[in-house]
Design a protein around this ligand. Structure first.
Ligand SMILES: C[S@@+](CC[C@H](N)C(=O)[O-])C[C@H]1O[C@@H](n2cnc3c(N)ncnc32)[C@H](O)[C@@H]1O
Length: 176
């Protein structure tokens, strides 16, 4: 079981161009132990793609679309959670991760295009994964990995229909 209860809030999603990246944000979050993703847009395609992976590969990851980001952040905080916004303009990850790690419940916000300025003030932490522009997928992966000190790389996903047997060469799977 992951040590933290994490969820992702994906903002700025444009259904006509961000479907693949947003789906990968969700899949990355799931693989690294997050509980689910709130999507601040309507996109049943993303919700369905993630649900298909969960059905086949197990676990209980949720994906909820049509989420209002202000209320999502407000509710998360009202329930005692911490809000981390990933942005290249924030404080660099190694300088803040020790302070963030003791928090149990963490909502990680990632953007797509330009993020509304209000988010910077609502977040408890604005965190940079380097001060260089890259992507929401890479920044999320590195953040979750540092948060868990690399311990979420071989999690168990109960209820899977298929499982990979790690192999030096070739592909080995078992149907369950
Ligand atoms: C492709 S970037 C677009 C950023 C946009 N140009 C802006 O100024 O907000 C999409 C998302 O990736 C994440 N991201 C990109 N580079 C990052 C970095 N160096 N550190 C943390 N997050 C980053 C942020 O969450 C950002 O909202």
């Amino acid at each position: 079981m992951p040590e933290h209860e994490t969820a992702i809030l994906r903002i700025g999603h444009r259904p006509e161009r961000d479907q693949r990246v947003t789906t990968h944000v969700g899949l990355t979050a799931r693989a690294l132990g997050a509980r689910g993703m709130y999507l601040a847009a309507s996109d049943k395609g993303v919700v369905q793609s993630i649900a298909d992976v969960v059905e086949r590969w197990g676990g209980e990851f949720f994906c909820e679309d049509n989420v209002k980001w202000r209320s999502c952040i407000k509710e998360w905080k009202a329930n005692g959670g911490t809000v981390v916004h990933l942005t290249m303009y924030g404080l660099n990850l190694p300088d803040v991760i020790e302070e963030i790690r003791p928090q149990q419940k963490i909502l990680v916000i990632v953007g797509a295009e330009k993020v509304p300025g209000e988010i910077y003030g609502l977040a408890d932490y604005n965190v940079a994964v380097t001060g260089q522009p890259h992507s929401e997928i890479s920044s999320l992966a590195l953040f979750l990995d540092h948060l868990a000190r690399g311990e979420n790389l071989a999690l168990d996903f109960p209820g899977a229909q298929i499982k990979i047997i790690p192999s030096k060469a070739g592909k080995q799977t078992v149907g369950l």
